[in-house]
Design a protein around this ligand. Structure first.
Ligand code: UDP
Length: 342
């Protein structure tokens, strides 16, 4: 299939681009490169630099590349930033999704996979969280994604779009060959922050040790980024005509912050300095997914379910790329820049 991937230069998008191409699809990427990295994009894809809010670019791309399906990752993802700058989040995550949906309707593109988040659920009222759990997001980030989901459902109804909305829990790891991985600025996620602390011999701070959990620290459900990417390929290939379905993607297993630190220490082979800090605003104590539906509907199974493997792959990336993509010497750079259409 000819597939457009928005945000394909980002962490999850770039792993999905690679999975799509390895599965035989032809991929075009739109990314404004504000957070993503051109070097993260598989050189077999065509990269257009620009925003999903740019209707002319979208039209050109959908028509010229004869796009048959869109996977939409481009978004802002920081909860705390969304509280400080909600307009940016509603614009990029909601309004730009509308602009993309409008362009798809005009171009007659009927297949859509959307990158959503457990943040649409808000504070869990029960755990594990299944797709019928109430959606009461507690941040502009979660609300901007929920609004996008509502718009997608309406477009499915009105225009016969077929869509799968994937709600991610926690994502970590890197390409097992160590060539692509997580490179956020600033980095807020636990596993890369622990691994950077290990690499740079600094301390890691735990945000809250007084939660109602067995060891007092928050519990999260981690999925390997390659397994998440694979879920997108399955979602695309198994889209049911005229349907709009929501699927959680998680491992159904929770690890506390302290357990993740221990797993990282075992992989890295050193003991880390730990600072027990205050809670971070907006962190629920436990977020664990029920992913029964995605296993039944898509036949999805994690290839890398072990937290140790997730951390090993992440460590391979971080330890060999201390500057992330900025320090990456890649023989494909020249071939790659020739596909950068601006
Ligand atoms: N966390 C932490 N120290 C850090 C980064 C994160 O204790 O330096 C905690 C955070 O409070 C949360 C968990 O680790 O309980 C996972 O956070 P992350 O930002 O990775 O993902 P989130 O669950 O917020 O999407």
């Amino acid at each position: 299939m000819k597939v457009l991937v928005t945000g394909g230069a980002g962490y999850i998008g770039s792993h999905t681009v690679r999975e799509l191409i390895n599965s035989g699809h032809r991929v075009t990427v739109i990314d404004d490169l504000s957070k993503g990295h051109a070097l993260a994009v598989d050189p077999r894809a065509t990269l257009f630099r620009g925003s999903t809010g740019d209707s002319a670019l979208l039209r050109r791309c959908l028509d010229a590349e004869q796009i048959e399906a869109v996977l939409h990752f481009a978004a802002n993802i920081e909860v705390s930033e969304s509280v400080l700058d909600p307009v940016r989040y509603y614009r990029n995550n909601f309004a730009n999704t509308l602009s993309l949906l409008g362009a798809m309707v005009s171009a007659g593109v009927k297949r859509f996979v959307f990158s959503s988040t457990a943040a649409v659920y808000g504070n869990p009222v029960e755990t594990p969280i299944d797709e019928l759990h109430p959606s009461q997001p507690i941040s502009p980030y979660g609300r901007s994604k929920m609004m996008a989901e509502l718009a997608i459902k309406d477009v499915c109804h009105a225009h016969g779009l077929s869509a799968t909305i994937l709600r991610y829990f926690n994502v970590a790891g890197a390409g097992p060959d160590g060539s692509i991985g997580e490179d956020h600025h600033p980095e807020s996620h636990l596993i890369p922050r622990i691994l950077r602390a290990a690499r740079d011999v600094t301390d890691i701070q735990i945000f809250g040790t007084d939660y109602d959990t067995p060891d007092g620290t928050c519990i999260r459900d981690y999925v390997h980024v390659v397994d998440l990417a694979h879920a997108h390929v399955l979602a695309l290939e198994k889209l049911k005509e005229g349907s709009c379905q929501v699927l959680n993607i998680g491992s159904e297993t929770g690890f506390s912050v302290r357990e993740v630190i221990t797993a990282c220490e075992q992989v890295v082979g050193t003991k880390l300095g730990v600072i027990e800090g205050h809670r971070r605003d907006g962190d629920p104590a436990i977020l664990v997914a029920s992913s029964r539906r995605i296993r039944e509907d898509l036949g999805w199974r994690a290839r890398y379910p072990e937290i140790r493997t997730i951390v090993q792959h992440a460590w391979h990336w971080h330890s060999t790329h201390p500057l992330g993509f900025r320090g990456k010497i890649n023989p494909s750079v020249e071939a790659h820049s020739s596909t950068l259409e601006i």
